[in-house]
Design a protein around this ligand. Structure first.
Ligand code: PLP
Length: 433
């Protein structure tokens, strides 16, 4: 598979080029040059074959010829070593739990796969690759765990001192090995600025081999097709259309859903479920796209005011609003509605949802009111409720217990390196280590 830029001004490249670069040289986002549909017979086989085999068949066309088949198989098997669980709350409402990986959020799929893919691509390099990530919480832990002990790669995570929860901090500052956490005396924006400056610094880039691991990287999106296949395998066969609600921030997850539809999975429509940062639902209503600064909400992993995958959504819909509307319906929930939905779901089904998943369920309910014809709803559950225990407590009066694999990190001392918010200090650190 060759990869092209959404802006169309960069040369085609290989998967290797797209993954190691992240952003295309013309500033666009890499897209597969074509997406082949699987035949109905192949899709039918997807229900019966072992899950690893199916994931391998899904991603193979995107990785050939860059990654030899036996290597790709190994990457898939190691990356997806935890279950995807479907919970049916009613015949018309299903929850796809994507949070059974090591950091209890769906980002484990993307981060674990991309880390191993990059690990393979740097094997033929003489230099060590440095992955830079600025995080306001969740991305840092998924990326750190994804890359932990991958040879040839070190990860430098920048996070704002005292501005993230202890549980979040401990998940990526206690690992050691090839993971370094820089505790920046500043804000998340300072962290992001330092990373951007590093990528723009030619002198630094000649001396260090740098890349980024945020969700503009196509290597994170490809494995997010896997759980749509997992849903397809587990959902009861129904003759009514399937509607998939995706709690969204940067819209990588929804983009991957459309990829999954393009390879042939039966999805009638997607719901862009956001919190009050609803620029995409607003765009669907008005036809005008107005990015704006993010505001803080209870579903903070979706506090994004200018979703970085939006150009990919447009590209997949031929840059025409009428096609985007056919593919995606949008809804934004307030914090109040998020709490009410958590409560309603607990009352009705005795199901504990985290605030991001509750935003998804709320959007599905809103969709149903406008579209009462029979359909089947699938809501992606993006985080384990214990990761947002304080909000869950607010919503339903219960504190979900922290699973052992998360609680463990709280006991371990953090190993972060203090860092000022001055670029010169950050650069000196990168060159010295
Ligand atoms: C990152 C994240 C999202 C948003 O996913 P995007 O791909 O950025 O749209 C939703 N929920 C949780 C829990 C997340 O961590």
């Amino acid at each position: 598979m060759r990869y092209r830029s959404t802006t169309g001004k960069a040369p085609l490249t290989s998967l290797r080029g797209a993954v190691l670069r992240g952003l295309a040289p013309d500033g666009g986002l890499y897209m597969p040059a074509e997406i082949a549909r699987h035949t109905p017979e192949e899709l039918e086989e997807f229900r019966r074959l072992p899950f690893t085999e199916v994931c391998f068949r899904v991603v193979r066309p995107f990785a050939t010829p860059d990654v030899p088949e036996e290597v790709l198989w190994q990457i898939v098997a190691e990356a997806v070593n935890f279950p995807v669980k479907l919970v049916s709350l009613s015949p018309a409402l299903h929850i796809l739990e994507l949070f059974h990986g090591p950091t209890l959020a769906f980002k484990d799929f993307g981060a674990r796969f991309m880390a191993r893919l990059m690990g393979y691509f740097v094997r033929s390099e003489s230099r060590q690759l440095t992955v830079l990530v600025a995080t306001s919480g969740d991305t840092g832990s998924a990326v750190a765990h994804g890359f932990l002990a991958v040879p040839g790669i070190r990860v430098v995570i920048l996070y704002p001192s005292k501005r993230i929860s202890e549980a979040q901090e401990k998940q990526f500052t206690t690992l050691g090995q090839n993971i370094t956490a820089l505790e920046v005396s500043g804000t998340f924006d300072d962290c992001q600025r330092l990373v951007k400056q590093a990528f723009a610094d030619e002198q630094l880039n000649q001396r260090a081999f740098l890349t980024s691991a945020n969700s503009i990287n196509i290597g994170r999106l490809l494995p997010q097709m896997f759980y749509h296949v997992a849903a397809y395998r587990q959902l009861p066969v129904a003759s009514v259309p399937l509607i998939v609600a995706v709690p969204s921030g940067n819209f990588g997850n929804l983009t991957a859903g459309i990829f999954a539809k393009r390879i042939g999975l039966p999805v009638a429509r997607f719901i862009a479920a956001t919190n009050a940062n609803d620029v995409v639902p607003q765009y669907l209503l008005s036809g005008e796209y107005h990015p704006r600064p993010a505001i803080a909400t209870y579903s903070n992993a979706m506090d994004v005011g200018n979703p970085n995958n939006f150009p990919r959504l447009l590209d997949l819909c031929r840059n025409r609003i009428e096609y985007v509307r056919r593919e995606i319906w949008g809804h934004g929930a307030t914090d109040e509605e998020t709490l009410q939905e958590m409560h309603a779901v607990w009352d009705r089904y005795r199901y504990v949802s985290d605030p991001h998943t509750a935003v998804g369920i709320h959007a599905w309910e809103a969709y149903r009111k406008e579209h009462p014809e029979p359909s089947q709803g699938l809501v992606l559950a993006t985080a384990h409720p214990a990761k947002f225990a304080d909000i869950v407590q607010k919503g339903i009066g219960i504190t979900p217990p922290l699973p052992e694999r998360l609680a463990r990190y709280l006991q371990v001392p953090k190993l972060s390196v203090p860092m000022s918010s001055k670029y010169a200090d950050f650069k000196r650190f990168l060159l010295a280590h």
